[in-house]
Design a binder for this molecule. Structure first.
Ligand code: SAH
Ligand code: SF4
Length: 419
């Protein structure tokens, strides 16, 4: 299969109007759906495994499914990935996909392989309403919430596409590819809560992707009431985008801070830790030159987080690990990345005070796949059609992708009636 063929294949949705995309139903949801078709719960479990474990989209190919169910599903249900309009492979092995979610909107997912894990960074919304100053998605504005099916579709596609590619290169075809999922792509996941929860449950389900709670991370700019609900409904690993050690600066960088200030946010984090799969919260801190990267800022941050271990303060401090993210610049931001020396100095100050602080490696630089750059191709929504088209043409014309085996392998999900 050559690249142009695949663009054509992925662009065809092929589902009848009113048909349900089963990718968005967690196991209880699928059981209820099957019950409406007079099917027993174990049939729903079979169907769930075919879809998520095997990556099969064609009901006719689900060989041990009752014939009555195989015949009842087409027309009223389908299993569909999102149309892929771009796929880029970075020199360091990262893969970025641009998915068309209709009405001129596109979202991105990034696969990040490392020695001991392989992380998929996925999106939860087309655009974002929070409007952080340093974020390309925030500058783009909010378009709409993704559905559960659209959130899961990113994992379904990446997992099974990469598995097939691995199999074609001689790896065991059932070998799991994605070991970790982070909701750090476009959007604020806790402002799309209703769709997020079933999607998380599908990721954690041992009949689905079987990811442990500590291997799925929700990153939030601090939607306090929803942090409390997540703790009750599906406590996965939590990352909080802090970016500033005091309310005045944080409110400038993350406008949501005007609604939920740092004290309130930290209190919610401490409540979250009562149920969290890890005994710390990851605090993300984007390093911006001359804005939040001085020795004073580091000291304020140390005081804010407080002592760690058994001495962690109950009132204000927090058991946390700090992840420093060098700012990834984009045209309209007017902001600059802190120098590597600044970032290292900041990290050293935190470490000297007994905090665990890491500096995030920048990955996928050559394909603009790093944090905050995910809106790259899609900022001007009025012209997105033209941009999507250009992205597709660029992708077709880029022989290095085919050369590396990405996108040119047989057996991609769309052949299984995926779209
Ligand atoms: N909305 C959520 C999750 C998506 S953003 C949140 O804000 O947490 C994922 C991470 O990327 C956040 O920590 C965010 O602050 C960071 N980020 C956004 N824009 C960035 C940029 N230009 N450079 C570096 N990190 C950025
Ligand atoms: Fe939205 Fe997160 Fe970007 Fe802020 S950093 S605008 S919350 S996606």
């Amino acid at each position: 299969m050559n690249l142009p063929h695949r663009i054509a294949a992925t662009a065809a949705p092929g589902a009848s109007p009113g048909s349900v995309n089963l990718l968005g139903l967690d196991r209880p949801g699928l059981a209820a759906y099957c019950a409406d078709l007079d099917q027993k719960p174990f049939r729903a479990a079979q169907l769930f495994r075919w879809i998520h474990r095997q990556g099969v989209a064609d009901f006719a190919a689900m060989s041990d499914l009752a014939k009555s169910l195989r015949e009842a599903l087409p027309g009223r249900a389908h299993v569909a990935a999102l149309p892929v309009v771009g796929e880029q492979l970075a020199a360091d092995g990262c893969v970025k996909w641009l998915f068309d979610v209709g009405a001129g909107d596109a979202i991105e997912s990034v696969f990040i392989p490392e020695a001991d894990r392989a992380t998929l960074c996925i999106s939860s919304q087309a655009g974002c309403a929070v409007g952080c100053r340093f974020c390309a998605t925030g500058h783009q504005g909010f378009s709409r919430n993704l559905t559960s099916a659209e959130i899961v579709a990113q994992l379904w596609y990446a997992e099974h596409q990469l598995r097939r590619l691995g199999a074609a290169q001689g790896k065991a075809s059932a070998e799991r590819v994605v070991s970790n999922v982070v909701l750090m792509g476009m959007g604020e996941p806790l402002q799309n809560y209703a769709a997020l929860i079933p999607a998380l449950r599908i990721m954690l389900d041992d009949q689905g992707y079987g990811l442990s709670r500590r291997r799925v991370t929700v990153s939030t700019s601090g939607v306090v009431p929803m942090i409390d609900r997540l703790r009750e409904d599906c406590p996965v690993a939590l990352a909080v985008s802090l970016h500033a050690p005091d309310d005045a600066l944080r409110s400038e960088l993350v406008p949501l801070n005007r609604k939920y200030g740092i004290d309130e946010l930290f209190a919610a984090c401490r409540r979250y830790l009562e149920r969290a799969p890890r005994d710390f919260i990851t605090l993300e801190y984007c390093m911006l030159e001359g804005i939040n990267d001085s020795a004073e800022h580091a000291q304020k941050l140390i005081d804010l987080i407080g002592p760690q271990g058994p001495q962690a303060r109950a009132d204000r401090g927090l058991s946390a690990k700090v992840n420093l993210i060098p700012f990834n610049p984009f045209a309209q931001s007017g902001l600059k990345r802190s120098s590597p020396e600044r970032v290292q100095g900041f990290a050293a100050a935190l470490q000297d005070a007994g905090l665990i602080a890491t500096v995030r490696k920048t990955r996928g630089d050559d394909i603009a796949a790093a944090c905050g750059q995910l809106a790259g191709e899609v900022q001007d929504r009025t012209r997105i059609r033209a941009r999507l088209l250009r992205a597709a043409v660029h992708w077709q014309a880029n022989p290095s992708l085919a050369g590396r085996g990405i996108a040119a392998e047989p057996g991609a999900p769309e052949q299984g009636n995926a779209r």
